[in-house]
Design a binder for this molecule. Structure first.
Ligand SMILES: Nc1ncnc2c1ncn2[C@@H]1O[C@H](COP(=O)(O)OP(=O)(O)OP(=O)(O)O)[C@@H](O)[C@H]1O
Ligand SMILES: O=P(O)(O)OC[C@@]1(O)O[C@H](CO)[C@@H](O)[C@@H]1O
Length: 306
C-alpha cells in the first residue's frame, strides 16, 4: 500500500479575477474549492492512475470535513489524525499570473503527533511512504527525518518532497525518491540551476549524499533524473499552462504509480513528466486520459553512464 502524509492539508480556494485591482472590490469570473496539500494531491493523482493509497495527516473542523467528504467521493482511503483546530484554506488567485496565499494552519498537539508517528511505525516492508509539503511550526522540524529513519530501519521505501534542511537531513536515510525543483536545488547549494548540466551536477551530489533517485524538475524546461551514476533528461510536452498548483505533486504520483506497477525507472520518469504537464494544462489535477495523451511527446535522453 502507498501511504501519503500531509502534515498541513488545505482547502485550495481557486479564484479567477479578470482585471484584478488591488485596493478595489473585485468579482470572480470563476471559483472552485479542492482538497489540497501536497500528499493529498499525490493520493488524488495516484487514484486516477489506478494505484491504491491511504492519505494520512492532520485534519480538523468543517474544512477538514469537506476534504474527507471529497476524498471519500473519489474513493480514496484516508486514516487522518483528528485535531482540535480547523484545517486551513489556501487561496490560489489567478489574475493572468498565479498568486498563492498559504495559511499557517492549525496547531498540532504532541498527542496528535504521537498518533501519526505510531501509524508510520506500523507500516510494512512492501509499503511506500510519501512525505510531501511544508512542516507546520508546531510539529518537530525533524519529523521527516525521524519518519525516514523509522522506514529505513523497516526497509520501507520513502519519498520526500520538501525543501531546505528538512530535505538534506533525510538523505542519510536513503530516500527512494526526492523531487526538488531547480530553485529548491539551487538553494540547497547556494547557487542557481540554469541548465540541464547544472541540474545533473547538483542532482548527482544529492545521490552521493544518499538519495536513490533524484528528479530535478525545471518547469517548462523539462526535468533531469539522477539515479546511481546514470542521468537522464526529459522534455515537457507542448500546451497552455493554466494551473501550476499540484504539478510537482503530479510528477511524484506519476513516478511512484508507474514504478509500483512496472519497477521500470525510465517508464516512471516519462509518466512523471506527462502527469506534471497534464496538471499544468488543467484547472484541477490532470486526468489519466490527459496524461496518456501527452506521453508520446516525452523524449528521454541518457546523459551519463551505461
Ligand atoms: N511551461 C510548461 N509546459 C509544460 N509543462 C510544464 C510547464 N511548467 C510546468 N510544467 C509541468 O509541471 C511540472 C512541475 O513543474 P515545476 O518544475 O515548476 O515543479 P514544482 O515547482 O514542484 O511544481 P509546483 O508548481 O506544483 O510547485 C514540470 O515538470 C512539467 O511537467
Ligand atoms: O504550504 P505547503 O504545504 O508548502 O503547500 C501547500 C500547497 O500549496 O501545496 C499544494 C500544491 O503543491 C497545494 O494543494 C497546497 O495549497
Amino acid at each position: 500500500m502507498i501511504y501519503t502524509v500531509t502534515l498541513n492539508p488545505s482547502i485550495d480556494y481557486l479564484v479567477e479575477v479578470e482585471n484584478f485591482q488591488i485596493g478595489n472590490v473585485n468579482r470572480t469570473s470563476y471559483d472552485a474549492k479542492f482538497p489540497g496539500g501536497k500528499g493529498i494531491n499525490v493520493s488524488r493523482v495516484l487514484k486516477r492512475l489506478g494505484n491504491v493509497t491511504t492519505a494520512l495527516g492532520f485534519i480538523g473542523g468543517q474544512t477538514g470535513e469537506f476534504i474527507k467528504r471529497f476524498l471519500k467521493q473519489e474513493e480514496i482511503y484516508t486514516d487522518f489524525t483528528e485535531i482540535a483546530g480547523d484545517t486551513r484554506i489556501n487561496i490560489k488567485l489567478k489574475t493572468g499570473v498565479e498568486t498563492e496565499i498559504n495559511s499557517q494552519g492549525p496547531i498540532i498537539s504532541k498527542g496528535n503527533y504521537r498518533q501519526l508517528f505510531s501509524q508510520i511505525e506500523q507500516l510494512k516492508n512492501d509499503d511506500i511512504l510519501i512525505l510531501s509539503g511544508s512542516i507546520p511550526s508546531s510539529v518537530p522540524a525533524e519529523v521527516y527525518e525521524a519518519m525516514a529513519e523509522t522506514c529505513s530501519a523497516n526497509a520501507i521505501k520513502v519519498v520526500v518532497d520538501t525543501s531546505g534542511k528538512e530535505l538534506l537531513n533525510v538523505l542519510p536515510h536513503r530516500p527512494f525518491l526526492i523531487k526538488p525543483n531547480h530553485h529548491e536545488l539551487g538553494e540547497l547549494f547556494g547557487t542557481e540551476i540554469r541548465t540541464v548540466a547544472d541540474a545533473v551536477e547538483y542532482g548527482n551530489r544529492l545521490v552521493e549524499e544518499g538519495a536513490q533517485n533524484v528528479i530535478v524538475s525545471m518547469a517548462g524546461a523539462g526535468a533531469v533524473l539522477c539515479s546511481n551514476g546514470q542521468c537522464y533528461s526529459a522534455n515537457v510536452p507542448k500546451g497552455k499552462v493554466i494551473n501550476s498548483v499540484g504539478a510537482g505533486d503530479s510528477m511524484v504520483a506519476g513516478f511512484i504509480g508507474t514504478y509500483e506497477k512496472t519497477s521500470d525507472l525510465l517508464a516512471a520518469f516519462r509518466f512523471s513528466l506527462a502527469a506534471g504537464s497534464a496538471t499544468a494544462f488543467s484547472s484541477d489535477l490532470g486526468t489519466l486520459d490527459k496524461i496518456e495523451e501527452l506521453l508520446p511527446q516525452i523524449d528521454i535522453k541518457q546523459l551519463t553512464g551505461g
